[in-house]
Design a protein around this ligand. Structure first.
Ligand code: BTN
Length: 253
């Protein structure tokens, strides 16, 4: 089923929703909405993004009609913003499990995977006025029916319809994700969300290589702390705390 303004409005009423056939980035319009002081809870959905952003300055693209791409504006609750990455990854994990898909895991910090293949990325971006948090745009890009065969991503990425028994309607996925985001965001205590995220992390206890802006280092992924940082026991015996970066399973010297 195609997405449209009418379908989204009918299913999501009374939430403010904005649908675009083609757009630069849903995060950009969500951030502009927050900067303009408009109410939180607004949803921006695109069928195609021409400047979609990923983490660490990467681009994120999906052909029209093949992905669920949206950004939701969230209120400026410091605890929520600190857990936004986890929130996005957990609700997508819950969605996939609900669809009966096995092998669902989260690759630290926020890639949702199916059997080690990336199916979704999450990009939260905050708006600040000086040191005051104004709001948060939670961006989610979910591969629904992107055909990766024959591409450079063939052995790294996967789409829901590669593993679901039947075609899925992106609107149904979105409705469920929004319900789950609301559920988690309404909780004052983020401990349970953190536990749900940690339980899905798929590389704890394994040898990993973490690449950060400061360089790469290998060791064992021991655990994550209350802020979601990854604690690594390096081969030198020292401990390293990674707050951002990319992780690969196995040592890649
Ligand atoms: C990542 O895997 O690095 C994060 C990808 C996030 C992509 C989504 S698509 C909707 C929203 N708008 C963007 O420009 N990016 C996010």
């Amino acid at each position: 089923m195609t997405l449209s303004q009418e379908r989204l409005e009918a299913a999501l009423k009374p939430r403010p929703v904005h649908f675009y056939e083609q757009l630069d980035s849903t995060n950009d319009v969500a951030l502009a909405w927050i900067r303009a002081g408009k109410p939180h809870g607004a949803l921006f959905v695109a069928d195609e993004q021409i400047s979609g952003r990923g983490r660490l300055g990467r681009s994120w693209y999906a052909p029209p009609g093949t992905a669920l791409m949206f950004s939701l504006t969230l209120p400026p609750q410091p605890d929520l913003s600190a857990h936004a990455t986890m929130l996005g990854a957990v609700v997508v994990g819950e969605l996939l499990e609900r669809l009966g898909i096995s092998g669902v895991g989260i690759k630290w910090p926020n890639d949702v995977q199916i059997d080690g293949h990336k199916v979704c990325g999450v990009l939260p971006e905050a708006v600040w006025a000086g040191d005051r948090l104004v709001g948060l745009a939670l961006g989610v890009g979910l591969n629904v029916r992107i055909n990766f065969s024959g591409t450079a991503l063939a052995d790294k990425a996967i789409s829901i319809e590669n593993v679901s028994e039947t075609p899925v309607d992106r609107l149904d996925l979105l409705v469920y994700l929004l319900e789950r985001i609301e559920y988690w965001a309404a909780r004052a205590d983020m401990t349970v969300l953190r536990a749900a995220w940690q339980a899905r992390l798929n590389m704890l206890g394994q040898r990993v290589t973490v690449t950060t802006p400061a360089g790469s280092m290998s060791g064992t992924a021991v655990t994550v702390d209350e802020y979601g940082a990854l604690l690594l026991r390096l081969d030198t015996g020292e401990d390293f705390r990674a707050v951002a970066g990319d992780i690969a399973i196995g040592a890649q010297e």
